[in-house]
Design a protein around this ligand. Structure first.
Ligand code: MN
Length: 742
């Protein structure tokens, strides 16, 4: 039992509430403070018996979420009230109607949106994807629903330590899969980075700590470097009379880790561990000129890399980001990124649109309409996508993640499409009819095919033909969800037509055979041809895939009474797999809530071995597959298919062998290969399955697949191999085949 000092707790609650009010004060109007107080009291009362997993009073959570809304997103009274009440309808006796009566329609709408998102019952196809879609639907009504939800998620991630591991896995996966990209798209860079860092902290704790430590170690030398680098620029800037501030911005741990992984380099070799940021305090009208003036001063002292100039001052990103970036060569021979922006731009970059609203009324309304445009795009996507929630989320993510290409119509109108968009995407963006009849395009006056990927600055004229019709293939040519859903609609329409033609053919044929047509006969026909649905059957007949003459055969069999057996229903597979307990003592993984020994397979995308942190995934056809929690497919599986995840734990003391991949890099020399294989097969008695080596450039680069027993065994082997003369680096790799798992 933990004893709680109730009096001390009460004081702490009041302290936190006062802190919130203090930060909100500058922008409170009329009765705002009263309203916040009322919301606080309602929430305090409603949650009074509840505690968080950490043991703290529950009210700390809504208070913290409200604080994030104020400090880190720049939101106002309505959002503070909504944040304070965000868990009240869901977790307590209070009804939405009461909120509406006490706090008004606006607040009630936001709470309703938030409650809907939170309604998680892990059942059916994908509740999470469906929730996400609902959340975005409410976005078109009030973007604050999403902003408060992001604040809620951020606080939950900050306090994740006290959650059990399987809950952690679910929360972090959703975070990296949906919330971080969403924060990015809304321009909330600080929140996005923190969510990503926290994801890494709970996924690869050791790596995270290692990088954090190294950043701390380098702090003094970094500060010295920045001082030296900036000093000549500062002197010059002072002469111009501009008001400015210079900061050294370290990169986030997550992005450093990403870079290390992508380029396969150690921490020490990541060149851009930090960027220099010069922030100007300038009048709105003078911003652009001032930024370029600073650019000119910086490049007077240091040579810029022409390939790395980014001008988001003249053309801001769609999420509102404005900044001028250049990478220059420092005197120590290191490239350094310099970001030049004004205070206003900096605020928007860190806190996103909400912060921008503060500047409302000033010139530069183009970004205001940028947000409206974005919401409009989301609304469009939601209205078009009536099918599968998971598919929808995938499309949506695809559109979130990608950067943009800027292209032009023949009359010079600017269109912004996601990176990777093709001429066909462009056609659908112009108009559905233009897309559906698209034959090809002329880009900068040259003929190109439908699947031509657009480049910045392209000017595109779409060529159409009335005879053109979308085909299945087209789905591979497009990336925008608008084009995808329009193509699917057309295909569906064509399919309906073929099915209705097929039905007529079947009716005619039966009439010839003197069999009366009814639902039973139709269903028997479907079963005879082994089709899943009657529509599938009619469609195949309509398309001529099933020849009408074959229907006769059904008559013969019908009299014979040997109808084909129906296949097992899909769900039965999992149940069979889940309950099949293996008898032999070969099992090394315990699976499910009861930690039973059931049939499973190890996923080929990440090749787990004993000691790895793993989970089980119930596949449609292949029983349970076991993945590493760090598997590239893990975020998608965990966040979209929560109901198909089962716990998995290694049992110790096993002699079984697992397939793992090792990559060995070194300088090539005569006999190196023999020494390496000697260590593997003779000294450590490990079986190799395959080995491939590339020695073309005098560098030895070998990939060896071998059977080992556990992570401990693998580490031992790596250590031995690293001692072989000429070997420089031994690392484990995942399979190249990343598309397994469903
Ligand atoms: Mn909450």
């Amino acid at each position: 039992m933990v004893t709680v000092d109730v009096e001390e707790e009460r004081k702490e609650i009041i302290r936190r509430y006062r802190k919130l009010l203090r930060k909100a004060k500058p922008f409170l109007k009329d009765d705002d403070a009263k309203l916040i107080k009322k919301a606080f009291n309602v929430s305090l009362e409603a949650h009074k018996e509840m505690r968080r997993k950490s043991g703290e009073p529950y009210i700390y959570h809504p208070l913290a979420v409200a604080q994030i809304c104020v400090d880190e997103i720049g939101l106002g009274t309505t959002s503070i009230v909504a944040a304070l009440l965000h868990d009240v309808v869901e977790d307590t006796e209070i009804e939405l109607d009461e909120i509406k009566a006490d706090f008004g329609k606006k607040v009630a709408k936001i709470i309703d949106g938030l409650t809907k998102i939170a309604g998680v019952f892990d059942y059916g196809t994908s509740q999470q994807a469906e929730n996400f879609r609902k959340m975005l639907l409410t976005l078109s009504e009030d973007v604050r629903v999403i902003l408060v939800k992001l604040a809620d998620r951020l606080h939950n991630m900050r306090t994740l330590g006290s959650m059990p591991r399987h809950k952690q896995l679910k929360i972090i996966s959703e975070t990296i899969y949906l919330y971080a990209p969403l924060a990015h798209r809304l321009g909330l860079y600080a929140i996005k980075s923190e969510l990503e860092d926290l994801w890494l902290k709970y996924t690869e704790t050791e790596i995270y700590n290692g990088i954090a430590e190294k950043i701390a170690e380098n702090k003094t030398s970094r500060a010295r470097f920045i001082r030296n680098f900036v000093s000549p620029i500062q002197d010059e800037l002072n002469k111009t009379g501009l008001n400015f501030e210079v900061k050294g911005r370290p990169k986030s741990i997550y992005s450093i880790w990403n870079k290390m992984k992508k380029q396969d380099i150690p921490f020490e070799e990541v060149y851009d561990l930090f960027a220099i940021r010069i922030i100007l305090d300038t009048e709105h009208e003078a911003e652009k000129a001032a930024c370029w003036q600073v650019y000119s001063i910086v490049t007077d002292f240091y040579t810029p890399n022409p390939d790395r100039l980014r001008d988001w001052v003249s053309t801001p990103k769609a999420n509102g980001y404005e900044s001028l970036h250049t990478t220059v060569m420092s005197r120590t021979g290191k490239w350094v990124e310099v970001q030049i922006r004004t205070k206003r731009m900096d605020e928007i970059a860190e806190k996103g649109y909400a912060a921008h609203w503060k500047y409302k009324g000033g010139p530069g309304d183009s970004h205001e309409s940028g947000l409206a445009q974005w919401i409009e795009k989301v609304r469009e996507m939601l209205e078009q996508n009536d099918t599968n929630a998971i598919e929808f989320v995938d499309d949506f993510r695809a559109n979130l993640f990608h950067d943009e290409v800027f292209v032009f119509t023949p009359t010079g109108d600017l269109k912004i499409l996601p990176f990777g968009a093709t001429a066909l995407d462009f056609a659908f963006d112009i108009h559905t009819e233009v897309g559906a009849k698209c034959l090809g395009a002329k880009v900068n006056n040259k003929l190109v095919p439908l699947n031509y990927p657009l480049k910045n600055g392209d000017q595109i004229e779409i060529l159409t033909s009335v005879k053109q019709k979308p085909t299945e293939d087209w789905l591979r040519f497009v990336v925008t969800s608008k084009a995808k859903s329009k193509i699917k609609d057309t295909l569906k329409e064509a399919r309906k037509q073929a099915a209705s033609d097929g039905k007529e053919i079947v009716k005619r044929k039966l009439k010839q055979m003197k069999i009366p047509f009814d639902g039973d006969v139709a269903n028997q026909l479907r079963a005879f041809f082994d089709e899943k649905t009657i529509t599938d059957f009619y469609y195949k007949v309509g398309k001529g895939i099933i020849d009408a003459s074959e229907i006769k055969k059904y008559k013969d069999v019908k009299t014979d009474k040997t109808r084909p057996q129906r296949a097992k229903p899909l769900g039965q597979h999992y149940i069979d797999d889940m309950t099949k307990v293996k008898t032999a003592g070969k099992d090394i993984l315990l699976i499910g809530e009861d930690m039973d020994m059931v049939d499973y397979r190890l996923a080929k995308c990440c090749n787990p071995i004993p000691g790895d942190d793993v989970f089980g995934f119930v596949t449609v056809n292949e029983g349970i597959k076991v993945h590493r929690t760090t598997c590239p497919n893990a975020p998608e599986l965990l966040s979209n298919h929560g109901n198909r995840i089962v716990k998995a734990k290694w049992m110790s003391d096993q002699q079984n062998a697992f397939l793992a991949g090792l990559r060995i890099i070194g300088t090539d020399r005569v006999g190196l290969m023999r020494d390496v294989t000697d260590v593997i097969s003779n000294e450590l008695k490990v079986n190799m399955r395959s080995i491939s080596i590339d020695t073309e450039t005098g560098i030895f680069d070998g990939q060896i697949m071998l059977f080992i027993n556990s992570t401990v065994h693998l580490e031992e082997l790596s250590a031995k191999l690293e001692k072989v003369n000429g070997v420089m680096k031994v690392s484990r790799f995942d399979s190249v085949d990343n598309n397994e798992g469903m």
